[in-house]
Structures are given as C-alpha cells and as structure tokens.
Design a protein around this ligand. Structure first.
Ligand code: FAD
Length: 502
C-alpha cells in the first residue's frame, strides 16, 4: 500500500513538471509585455488570499499589481485575526502554565503577574514583523503594490483612491477580487470596540475585564474567550445554537466543552441576546431562551460579539460591472474561481467555502495557476480546521454525524492521550484521536484530534486523506517514539484492527 502511494506521488510530481513547462509557453504568448502599463493580473486585497495569489502570479512570470486599502499587507489574518490571536493565546497560555502547572514540574516562582502592555507589545511586534515581511516578499517577487481603496470602473480597470490622497487607474487583463470579510454584528447591538467589541477590539483591550461575555461559540469566540479567561476574566459564552462550534464532530465537541468548563468558562447554550443596555457602568444583556420564554439579565464589563463574519465588497463597484453574489453577499464563482464576468475572479473569504486563511491561500494559488493555463483544483473537503485553545481541536474530512447522514457503513478507531507516553511524560494528556474509515475499503473519511498540538498533528491526516489512504496505511507507518503522533497511529490501528497500548 505504501509503495503504491509512493509510486502515485512520483507520477503526480512528473505530471506537474510537464504541465508547468507546457503552460509556460502558452501563457507567454497571451500576457502583457514589459513596458506595457496593463497588468496580466490585478489583485484587489492583500490578505492571505490576495497576497499569495499576487506572489504566485509574479512567480509564474505574470505582470502583477496588488491593491490593498489597509496600509499594511496580510489582511484580516495577519493584522487582526490569526496572528495576533495566536500571539495572545500563546502568551496567555504561558502565564496560565506558570501560574497553575509549573510548580508541579518543580519550577517555582515567588509570584507570577500579567504585564498586559508587554503582552500586547509582543503581539504587535509579531504582527508588524510579519506584515513588513510580506512587503519584502512583494519586492523580491516584483509584485507592484498600490496602497489604496480599489473600485471597478470596468471589468479590466480599477480606480484606486490611494492612502496618500491621490487616485490611480490600474488596468489588468485578469482581476482577482480578494477583499475578504468583515466582522458581523447582531441586530440591536452596536459594536463600539470599547465595551462592546468585535474580535478586533478583543485583541487590543487595555485592561483585563472582570466579566467578559462572549456572544457566539464559534472558534473565534472560544479562542478569544480562552485568552481572557486565562488572564483572569470570568467568561460566559452565550450561544443561540444547542452546541458550541456546530461543525465539530459531536463526541469531540462534548469533551472540548468539558475541558473549557474545567478552565472556568461558562456556557449558556440555546440562548439569545434580546437586548443590550450600555447606560450603566456595566453592560447589561437581556437574555432569552432561543425557543422563547422567560428573560434574564447578565452583566459584563466587556461584551465580545463573535457571531461570524460577512463577505466584504463595500465600495467595490460590483454592481457597476454586474458581478453576481448570493443572498449573503458572497461572490459566486465557478471551479476556476471565475465570476460571471469574463476576466474577473474571486477567492478567499469573499466566496463560499470555509472562511480560513489557508483555504484563501489555496484558492489564490489555484486561481492564478488556472489563469496561467495550468490545471489546478482545491478540494474544500480536505481543508483542515483548527481551534487553537488548550487543548487544541483539529479536524479534517467528515464528522461521524456527516458519515452517518451519508449512509456509509464505517468503522471508528479512537485512542485517548491518557495512553500516549509523550502526553503522560509532559503531563498534558487530556484529549483523544478519532478516525472514521469506510467499512468496506478502510479508506479514511475523517480524522479528529483533540489534544495539545492537534493543529500540527492533523497534517499527517490531511495528507492521508489527499492520497486516499486507508487507516491501515497510517497504522503501518513507523512513527517516532515518544511522540503525540503515535496516538494517531494507535487510533488508526484501532480503526482497522486493535491498538497496542490500550
Ligand atoms: P482578508 O484577510 O480579509 O483580506 C482582505 C483584504 O482586502 C483586507 O486587508 C482588506 O483591507 C482588503 N480590501 C477589502 N476591500 C478592498 C478594496 N476595495 N480595495 C483594496 N483593498 C481592499 N483563519 C485561519 O485559517 N486560522 C486562524 O487561526 C484564524 N484565526 C482568526 C482569528 C480571528 C480573530 C479572525 C477575525 C479571523 C481568523 N481567521 C483564521 C480567518 C482568516 O483571518 C480569514 O479566513 C482570512 O484572513 C481570509 O483571507 P482573505 O485574503 O480572503 O481576506
């Protein structure tokens, strides 16, 4: 089986090389010549979708301009999303460990304190370094960078109000919309980014709130709730749905919620916010059961509204050129990321699909490769999802609920981290690995990992899914000892046969 896989990957590689050389000749005829002011590719938006698309286009020899209104590159992800949140998750985890776990490991401090400005400073430094790094990559790859707000004049022209106050018209044979998403509020709630904050405000609070209410139990709300809970806030999560992170495998979700409850986060599920009163010193929320019923109140120093994100196309002039969107404003594209308007493409959070940075990046590369005449494809079923709490939750493929709904006969293999030697050695053994495989063929359908570093461990499973591997393929692959990855191997053994260590 492993040999077959290796042969397959070799073939794929050589096919890739062949496609590449063919496409180089085909696109060099159709694209802009040096000196022309028309670009081969114009990208509107410099987030993970846009900046990656721009760099890839330039690497393929296409004359490329990227337009970004923010003044810094990296989009939501680098500026107010993935990176600052992971910086604070790491710093707050270190504080929490120092306070609650170090003594058990024989490391003692007379006292441990939070220096919030220093913590925020480290986060800001990480963001600044990374966003500047992308500017460096633009220079290295000769991507032309225009700082300003882009709007369509025609399907091949974008007018840019530059951040310096001027205006420029950028022309392109192909224009990629990568304008991403923005925070979504709830009816009757006005975000002021002080006491009622979005994730952006929650990443920059100047004080640790005594009481924090998080409205919405998606991954962003739980990550930010966890940061502030570790730093000492009393955190209550209010969620309309009956479950936290509805897309998660049910069994994993239950254990995950229990773990967060042990960390003193409280959950009010099937509950909706019926009103918000900001007139007093504390924000007063009126709550009501989702199905209707008796109201109650909940007070907070800060309320984080984390009710999802909306595609962002304001001021872009989509109606001027007739680009079609769906009911919630997402730009509709075909499998080539092409909109209904010839030469205009869209990628990332602004189109349907998981709203994740790595998905946006995959979209960007594939879109540009197809513009360049190459074959490309992004399979959204293979996009891993990670919640970066502690323990982390990472998954790829189908949940058990989805497999059941498909009516596929399946096998499940599980392995608890309590039986993993590395997890025990480092005293961080909460969690499990769960694998779902098709009963008849043993082909892996989904992998769910709840545990420390799950976000790193999941990629072996992503690769396995991509190559159509069986659970036996993973089980027969030698894994280094002692590693947490051995839990994945044991779960795979449990799927097609029996694990050794339990
Ligand atoms: P964006 O990153 O939103 O970038 C779009 C860019 O376009 C923006 O910079 C915007 O200024 C610019 N723009 C918009 N309109 C115009 C215009 N007309 N002219 C010029 N420029 C324009 N995802 C993960 O995968 N992992 C995580 O851990 C993770 N954590 C997150 C944490 C938080 C708090 C948040 C809010 C999000 C997180 N995400 C995470 C989601 C991730 O940030 C997005 O999925 C990703 O940034 C989408 O990339 P994008 O390029 O499509 O759009």
């Amino acid at each position: 089986m492993a040999m077959a896989l290796a042969r397959r990957s070799k073939n794929l590689y050589s096919c890739g090389v062949l496609r590449y050389s063919l496409s180089l000749t085909s696109f060099s005829r159709g694209f802009a010549s040096a000196g022309s002011d028309e670009n081969d590719v114009v990208v509107i938006g410099g987030g993970p979708g846009g900046y990656v698309a721009a760099i890839k286009a330039a690497q393929l020899g296409l004359k490329t301009t990227c337009i970004e209104k923010r003044g810094t590159l990296g989009g939501t992800c680098l500026n107010v999303g993935c990176i600052p949140s992971k910086a604070l998750l790491h710093s707050s985890h270190m504080y929490h460990e120092a306070k609650h776990s170090f003594a058990r490991h024989g490391v003692k401090f007379p006292s441990v304190e939070v220096d919030l400005p220093a913590m925020m400073g480290q986060k800001d430094k990480a963001v600044a370094n990374l966003t500047r790094g992308i500017e460096g990559l633009f220079k290295k790859n000769k991507v032309n960078y225009v700082k300003g707000y882009g709007k369509f004049i025609s399907p091949s022209e974008v007018s840019v109000d530059t951040v310096e106050g001027g205006n420029a018209v950028v022309k392109g044979k192909n224009i990629i919309i990568a304008t991403g998403s923005d925070v979504k509020s709830l009816p009757g709630i006005t975000i002021d980014e002080k006491r009622i904050v979005s994730s952006t405000g929650a990443l920059a609070l100047s004080e640790i709130p005594k009481k924090l209410v998080v409205v919405g139990a998606g991954y962003i709300g739980l990550e930010m709730g966890s940061v502030w809970a570790r730093l000492g806030s009393e955190v209550t999560v209010v969620e309309f749905a009956p479950d936290i992170v509805p897309s998660m495998d049910g069994e994993i979700r239950k254990q995950f919620q229990r773990a967060l409850e042990k960390q003193k986060m409280k959950f009010m599920l099937k509950t909706k916010v019926a009103g918000v009163d900001t007139s007093g010193d504390l924000v007063k929320l009126t709550l009501e059961p989702a199905a209707g019923g008796e109201q109650s109140t909940l007070e907070a120093d800060v309320v984080l509204v984390s009710a999802g994100r909306s595609p962002f196309t304001a001021g872009l002039g989509l109606d001027k050129i007739g680009v079609e969107t769906d009911k919630i404003g997402r730009i509709l594209v075909n499998e080539k990321f092409s909109t209904n308007v010839s030469g205009v493409y869209a990628i990332g959070d602004v189109i349907p699909g998981p709203m994740l940075a790595h998905k946006a990046e995959e979209d960007g590369v594939a879109c540009v490769e197809m513009i360049a005449g190459k074959a490309a494809h992004v399979d959204y079923d293979m996009v891993p999802g990670v919640v970066y709490t502690h323990p982390e939750v990472a998954s790829v493929g189908k949940t058990e609920e989805q497999v059941k709904a498909l009516g596929v006969e399946y096998c499940v293999g599980k392995f608890p981290l309590l039986a993993n030697s590395r997890a025990k050695a480092i005293d961080d053994a909460e969690g499990l690995v769960k694998i779902l495989a098709e009963k008849e063929t043993d082909k892996i359908l989904g992998v769910h990992i709840f545990g420390p570093n799950a976000g790193e461990l999941i990629h072996e499973a992503v690769l396995a899914l991509h190559y159509g591997a069986s659970s036996e393929d993973i089980a027969r692959t030698c894994h280094a000892h002692p590693t947490m990855s051995e839990a994945l191997k044991e779960a795979a053994m449990a799927t097609y046969d029996k694990p050794i260590h339990i």
